[in-house]
Design a protein around this ligand. Structure first.
Ligand code: CAO
Length: 428
């Protein structure tokens, strides 16, 4: 005697008389656990009734067009093993054992075998199988999606009845990667923003956000949420650089030369040496740029803007100083056009004129890194025989960890510090 087990329609969230639109197996088929037996289609969605255990289909009790509700008998399956702990909606029916197993995988279970442990309550939660919530996909596609971490409920099926194919899952994952989204995360699933009546606690005044704050805020929030940021901190000894800058300033009183233009030149040298920092993610490709346009974060009364200085590799310190003065003036007068803010490869955010010792700047997507600069300070630095007073410039490099590894970031800032420490390196 072998054992036939019943496969029944599980809890389908109270829906009744749901038509069978497809029978997915035939008599004698060997089915795996969770393989679809029939497809049901309600007015909202389609779902498969999975085999609650592996075995051979000995009887099929449904045909296309039948209407079923929870508990309807779908098939009798000769179980190939006894996964009783996971078999939902299955009861055992003793029948005479067939003379020979049909296939090696089909192991007949003798009636004399020890009685199976009581079957625990079916694990199908109505929540999980409601037809309008269950993505319509075969178990193989489900397994494939699980492997890739893709949330099937977010994948739209291109096959008949909205059935999801392997190709649909692949296309979804590709798109998620292209957008930098986290596949399978199902969005950030954040709590709603706290709603507080501030006036309950004291006097308040409400002011509308400026247009720039709204725009930059949305960009910053996206970049912070979508880019895995890491910030590498370092220091550059700019004692000699400062002496040279001061000298240059005395010689060229018509233009204000700040440390920022030296940083721009040093960054260009580092971008040339480490091209990954001058790249952008484009789907599954990394686009390496052969030009060197540097964005400069400018603080304006209405908020932060990032105009771009173009072709910084072919400009000298004086030209860059004049352009920096012009573009930051334009920004503060709200005269920047869209062209002034496009095409950046890498950004610098300098708070050095204000203060602070380090910060974590947010990357300006689709760039992959940004350099934060804080205020230089004279510090005692050990030179091998004594402590000497040196002017140290703090550097904070935030980078996109999908593109750049920590070691590369450490090399990048170390090289920046080397160049700023000895400007002759710009000529190498
Ligand atoms: N350490 C010490 N002093 C510094 C310095 C540094 N790292 N960087 C600049 N300074 C000095 C300058 O030499 C200048 O000194 P003097 O007035 O004595 O000549 C003074 O600080 C002011 O500089 P500045 O800010 O006018 O000029 P800049 O070229 O350094 O910066 C600009 C120009 C437009 C980047 C800057 O004005 C600005 O807007 N910074 C704010 C950027 C910002 O908000 N970033 C945060 C974004 S959030 O990620």
């Amino acid at each position: 005697m072998a054992e036939l087990k019943e496969a029944r329609v599980p809890d389908i969230g109270g829906h009744s008389e749901v038509p069978v639109i497809e029978v997915l197996v035939q008599l004698g088929d060997i089915v795996k656990k969770d393989q679809g037996l029939v497809t049901l289609e309600s007015d909202k969605a389609t779902m498969e009734v999975p085999a609650p255990f592996a075995g051979i289909v000995r009887e099929l009790r449904l045909k296309v067009g039948d209407e079923v509700s929870e508990g309807a008998l779908v098939a009798l399956i000769e179980a190939s093993d006894s996964p009783v702990g996971t078999a939902p909606a299955a009861t055992t029916v003793p029948v005479p054992a067939p003379p020979k197993p049909v296939a090696p995988a089909a192991v007949a279970i003798a009636a004399t075998a020890p009685a199976p442990a009581p079957t625990p309550q079916a694990t199908f939660g109505a929540e999980a199988v409601l037809p309008d919530q269950v993505p319509y996909a075969s178990p193989a596609v489900r397994a494939f999606a699980r492997e890739l971490g893709a949330d099937l409920s977010k994948v739209s099926g291109s096959e008949r009845g909205g059935r999801i194919s392997k190709e649909d899952v692949q296309a979804f994952v590709k798109k998620a990667l292209a957008g930098g989204a986290i596949a399978g995360g199902g969005g950030l699933n954040l709590l709603p923003w706290p709603s507080v009546d501030f006036a309950k606690f004291g006097a308040v005044e409400s002011q509308p956000l400026s247009r720039i704050k709204k725009l930059s805020g949305a960009n910053l929030a996206r970049n912070w949420a979508m880019i895995p940021h890491v910030t590498q901190f370092d220091e550059a000894d700019i004692t000699e650089m400062e002496a040279f800058r001061k000298k240059l300033g005395e010689e060229h009183k018509d233009v204000k030369i700040t440390p920022l233009v030296f940083l721009i030149k040093a960054v260009v040298a580092a971008l040339k040496k480490y091209p990954a920092f001058n790249s952008s993610l484009d789907g599954e490709n990394l686009v390496f740029k052969k030009y060197f346009h540097v964005g400069i974060a400018v603080d304006t009364p209405d908020g932060l803007v990032v105009p771009v200085l173009r072709d910084c590799d072919s400009k000298g310190l004086l030209e860059l100083s004049a352009e920096l003065a012009a573009i930051s003036g334009k920004a503060r007068e709200k005269k920047l056009g869209p062209n002034d803010m496009q095409g950046g490869c890498f950004s610098i955010s300098s708070l050095g004129g204000i203060g602070g010792s380090a910060f974590t700047p947010i990357i300006n997507a689709p760039e992959v890194a940004i350099l934060g600069v804080s205020k230089s300070q004279v510090k005692p630095v050990w030179n091998g025989s004594e402590f000497a007073p040196r002017l140290m410039l703090p550097l904070s490099l935030s980078y996109d960890h999908r593109v750049i590894d920590g070691a590369a970031a450490a090399r990048f800032t170390a090289y920046l510090a080397q160049v700023l420490g000895d400007l002759r390196r710009l000529l190498v």
